[in-house]
Design a protein around this ligand. Sequence first.
Ligand SMILES: *Cc1c(COP(=O)(O)O)cnc(C)c1O
Length: 355
Amino acid sequence: MKKVHNFSAGPGILPEEVIRKASEAILNFNNLGLSLIEISHRSKDFEEVMARARSLVKELLQLNDDYEVVYLQGGASLQFHMVPLNLLKNKAAYINTGTWASEAIAEAKKVGKVDVIASSEDRKFTYIPSNFEIPADADYLHFTSNNTIYGTQWKKFPESTIPLVCDMSSDIFSRRFDASKFSLIYAGAQKNMGPAGTTMVLFRKDILGKTGRNLPKMLDYEVHYKKDSMFNTPPVFAVYVSMLTLQWIKDNGGLEWIEKLNELKAQTFYDQLDSNPMFVGTVEKEFRSTMNATFLLTNPALEGEFDKMLKEAGISGLKGHRSVGGYRASMYNALPLESVKVLTSVMREFANKFA
Ligand SMILES: *Cc1c(COP(=O)(O)O)cnc(C)c1O
């Protein structure tokens, strides 16, 4: 296979060995003589996959049995609506740090009263707000741990006395953190933990059942966890590949290992960015994401030249989001350090040629 350095923002890169195992399971799963995608989800073989995919989340995040994990469909986008449906009774507090946070706010407003207690929109989402007060009478506080499009990331999570809810779609399992401080976390799998098609949601059981709302079954967290995340046919392939990816993290040393690797990758990239006159970062340094590094050329007229060099080096997926332009290097868990080194050497070469 031709070596491509995959900086795609999502669906993003997966570990090579995970892709290999997944392709084997498509042909012949567990030596059953059947494909993973043509057997019953109620079969013993798949039930084990689902159980493992759920328990690995709790194991990696060191969560106890107060928590449940489910794999749902509808993307993180459905969670923007499901979270308030399940948790919002009086009002909810939200922090707006970018496109996805704004989407979450817009959907919550359709359900109930929302207080946006802080926003970084005033400086084009280039920082994470720090001066805000969390209303004690809100049902929960929602924020977005990593802003995939703008390239900022919370380095220290808000201290909250009300239930904390977080969209971790683009940095879940990228670093260590105290997950027991959270009441609910959701993440679309396709950025950092698997393929598109499933969303992992973990929550404390005791936050449910307080709104008095009569929910459609498919939108009720309680229905899903009480059926072991198999209320209806689950997205079997996406759950299987997510399970393999979590197992890959565990086998290599867990979150401590992945955090060190991710920090090294980010430092390698940002050191080059800061020492190279041809490039400039787009967000405030202390809030730079280890996952999505956003930057611009100091001379945009050279874009064509830079793109050509990227292509020749086998670098893919570096275009910035269509809403902000420029470049974005997404350095998700599965991206090898070697790919970052190839990128930084192209940046160096670009400066040698054109500076
Ligand atoms: C990609 C992304 C989403 C949207 O996810 P879908 O699964 O496409 O609905 C939401 N939040 C964040 C932080 C994201 O990066």
